[in-house]
Write a protein that binds this ligand. Sequence first.
Ligand code: BTN
Length: 248
Amino acid sequence: MKKIYIGKKKYIFNEISSTMDIANFFIHTGIEEGTVVVAKFQTDGRGSNQRKWLSNGNDALFSIIMKPEISLMSTLPIISAFSIYKVLEKFIDTEIKIKWPNDVLVDGKKISGVLVENHIKTDNYSIIGIGININSDHKKNNTFIYPSVSLKELLNEKIQPLEIVEDVLKSFENIYNEILIGKLKISNLSDMLYGLNKRVAFRTNYKSFDRQSENAFYKIISLNDDGTLEVLDNNGKKISINASEIIT
Ligand code: BTN
């Protein structure tokens, strides 16, 4: 199988609306898989669930253009979160967890978020947007759902965001290629899950007869290889939930 290289081509901007917008523009110019768009500042940074992604400066803000098989698209958030996890664990002694499907938490505080936009109409492609709090200030004005934190606040020293971007791209490249050749299985990453074996509240976006709607409490069992999450519902029934079914 052909190895996919990530970040061989990088476009670095001082200020743009969002790296997602530029990556989406580039895809229509026939750009290579693995191309990366990095921004120092975004005027319209996007988070999941129509939220804004705010960065008051010197954070890692980037998007990776991917052209995976459609069946792999649902695995991209967890592969990305795990790639970030592997880089952060080199810097931090405190507990790092992945809040499925796309948040990375340090001691329960959000340090990074992943936003994946999949396009499956004429052209099949995915844009992975990654924001990592590197030097921003989170002690006051904490407006995220979880309390948030930056690497600088954890280490008491400034870090070059581009160094972390490079590390995450390498880490993503390794992990993605290992998944492609079957050397690594997503189900083996379950230990990193926030709330493993506990009942966790999920805001679901469906109302159906056999599953709870809105705030459902599910006991987290494990990750499935397709990136879905195996949980026990309130009746003790095993179900697999897909990231598109919940509001993150
Ligand atoms: C989340 O809500 O947790 C996902 C946040 C994703 C933010 C990143 S920053 C780089 C890329 N460009 C954006 O506009 N959003 C993503």
